[in-house]
Design a protein around this ligand. Structure first.
Ligand SMILES: Cc1ncc(C[n+]2csc(CCOP(=O)(O)OP(=O)(O)O)c2C)c(N)n1
Length: 335
């Protein structure tokens, strides 16, 4: 597939932004000893990047506990995300959400989510909204190989197929659910094969190769927009760090295994390919790298300089302001 230089640049910028965000911003949180666990997605950048490159702001995504990359790829401002991780009032959710409750409705980002598997019914609901409203907006559910074994996933996939909803189920199979290897906990080698059980395409994708993800996602998104129903993509990938910051990953996997996957680092694979075919030279890509790194460093400074939310804010944003009168009348109002 031929991609324009602009599209390639966007893919690279997104992947590099995710990588620097995970390595700089997430580590900055650890250094400031901000409470709460954080799950880095370094190594998995090609997946949200290749998928979200096909999406518009009006399309929806529902994410997981490992969701920074999904947010960035869907267009959430990384500077506001850093402030959110720092718990600052300038954060994209006023500092009240943190890593596992980042949402930005203006970008169709329905939320990172600490409940494993919960992204899936949310995305199906969003896809139903598109159908009911007669739009061609699509919804993407990101979930892990562990999440793939939650019961709600099966109900959701079945209903989405019966109703031909515009949803793309994206399993990011990073080989482990916490410390549990996928082959230990999953009865079949490929989660993608479950698509057959719900009469939808199920495709295994090389999740380290952004070109492969982009191509597979293009077909699934086009199918959903055309009203032909859902698809399941299983992107085989790897997280380069532990389950969360405090995880001793070598208690359940080896350095040698890690090296095999790091040799297929999605950023390096991308660079090698576009340099070899002379679309970019090394200096151009290095330039993108340093400007993105600077952007994240600026975001960290912005977050450091921002105030914490005022104690007066403690009880705001707890419940949505729903027009009670409408509820009494039984009107189904959007909130
Ligand atoms: C419903 C539920 N069960 C258990 C947990 C605890 N938990 C948090 S992350 C995780 C592993 C998830 O693995 P996977 O879905 O493969 O995602 P990954 O961490 O690999 O990105 C578990 C079991 C949870 N948060 N929610």
């Amino acid at each position: 597939m031929e991609l324009s230089k602009d599209t390639l640049r966007t893919l690279y910028v997104t992947m590099v932004t995710i990588r620097h965000f995970e390595e700089l911003a997430s580590n900055a949180v650890a250094q400031r000893q901000i409470p709460g666990s954080m799950h880095q997605s370094a190594g998995q950048e090609a997946v949200p990047t290749g998928i979200c490159a096909h999406l518009r702001d009006e399309d929806y995504i529902a994410s997981t506990h490992r969701g920074h990359g999904h947010c960035i790829a869907k267009g959430v401002d990384p500077k506001l995300m850093v402030a959110e991780l720092f718990g600052k009032a300038t954060g994209c959710n006023k500092g009240k959400g943190g890593s596992m409750h980042i949402a930005d409705m203006s970008k169709g980002m329905l939320g990172t989510n600490g409940v494993v598997g919960a992204s899936v019914p949310l995305a199906v609901g969003a896809a139903l909204t598109s159908t009911v409203n007669g739009t061609d907006n699509v919804a993407v559910a990101f979930f892990g190989d562990g999440g793939a074994n939650q019961g709600v996933l099966h109900e959701s996939m079945n209903l989405a197929s019966v109703w031909k909803l515009p949803v793309i189920f994206v399993c990011e199979n990073n080989q482990y659910a916490e410390s549990t290897p996928v082959e230990y906990a999953t009865a079949i080698p490929n989660v993608a094969d479950r698509g057959a059980g719900y009469n939808m395409p199920g495709v295994v994708v090389d999740g380290m190769d952004v070109f492969a993800v982009y191509e597979a996602a293009g077909e699934a998104v086009a199918r959903a927009r055309a009203g032909q129903g859902p698809s399941l993509l299983e992107c085989k990938t790897y997280r380069f760090y532990g389950h969360h910051g405090g995880d001793d990953r070598y208690s359940y996997r080896t350095l040698e295994e890690e090296k095999l996957w790091r040799d297929r680092d999605p950023l390096v694979l991308f660079r090698n390919r576009v340099i070899a075919d002379e679309t970019f030279n090394k200096e151009e890509l290095d330039g993108i790298d340093s400007s993105v790194e600077q952007q994240i460093q600026d975001g960290i400074k912005f977050a450091d300089d921002s105030p914490f939310p005022s104690p007066d804010e403690l009880y705001t944003d707890v419940y949505v302001d729903y027009p009670l009168e409408a509820l009494r009348r039984g009107t189904n109002m959007a909130v």
